[in-house]
Design a protein around this ligand. Structure first.
Ligand code: HEC
Length: 128
C-alpha cells in the first residue's frame, strides 16, 4: 500500500502541476459555477479567441474579458451581461468579418439560447 501510494502520489502531483503550468492559451480560466460546461464550450469555440488575453483587438478586450468578468464589480458584470444579451439577440457577435473567413464560428440558434438564458440567470441573481 505504501509503495503504491508513493508511486501514485508523485504522478498525481506532477499531473496537477503540469495542468496548472500549461499555457492556457485557448481555455477559459474561470469555470465551475460561473461558466457551466455548455456555456464554456460556446465561449471557447466562438468568443474566447478575441475576448481573452491573447486576443488581437484591443477593442474586443476593452469590451469583454471572459476571465476577468466574474471579478468585476456587480454593476459592471450586469452591464456586460446586458450588452451580451443584446449582441446575442442582434446576432452581431462573432463579428461579420470573422464569419466571412470562418463561417463555422457563427452561433447556432441552440447556442444563442444557451448563452442568453445563462446571461439572464446570472444578471438576475446579481440583482437580487
Ligand atoms: C473576431 C473577434 C471577436 C469574436 C470571435 C467575438 N467578438 Fe465580441 N467583440 C469584438 C470586438 C472587436 C468588440 C468591440 C467592438 C464592438 O462592439 O463591435 C466586441 C464587443 C463585444 C461585446 C460588447 C458589445 C457592446 O455593446 O459593448 C460583447 C458583449 C461581445 N463582444 C460578446 C461576444 C460574444 C458573446 C462572442 C461569442 C459568441 C464574441 N463576442 C465573439 C470581437 C469579437
Amino acid at each position: 500500500m505504501k509503495a503504491l501510494f508513493s508511486i501514485i502520489f508523485p504522478v498525481a502531483i506532477s499531473g496537477f502541476l503540469l495542468l496548472q503550468g500549461s499555457p492556457s492559451g485557448r481555455t477559459l480560466q474561470q469555470s465551475g459555477s460561473v461558466y457551466p460546461a455548455e456555456v464554456k464550450k460556446v465561449i471557447e469555440s466562438k468568443c474566447y479567441g478575441c475576448h481573452s488575453i491573447n486576443g488581437k483587438s484591443q477593442d474586443a478586450k476593452d469590451a469583454l474579458m471572459w476571465d476577468s468578468l466574474p471579478g468585476l464589480q456587480k454593476g459592471k458584470i450586469i452591464a456586460t451581461l446586458d450588452d451580451m444579451i443584446e449582441v446575442l439577440e442582434e446576432g452581431t457577435m462573432p463579428p461579420a468579418g470573422i464569419l466571412k473567413k470562418n463561417p463555422e464560428m457563427k452561433l447556432l440558434s441552440e447556442e444563442i439560447k444557451i448563452m442568453k438564458s445563462w446571461a439572464k440567470t446570472w444578471a438576475d441573481s446579481l440583482l437580487k
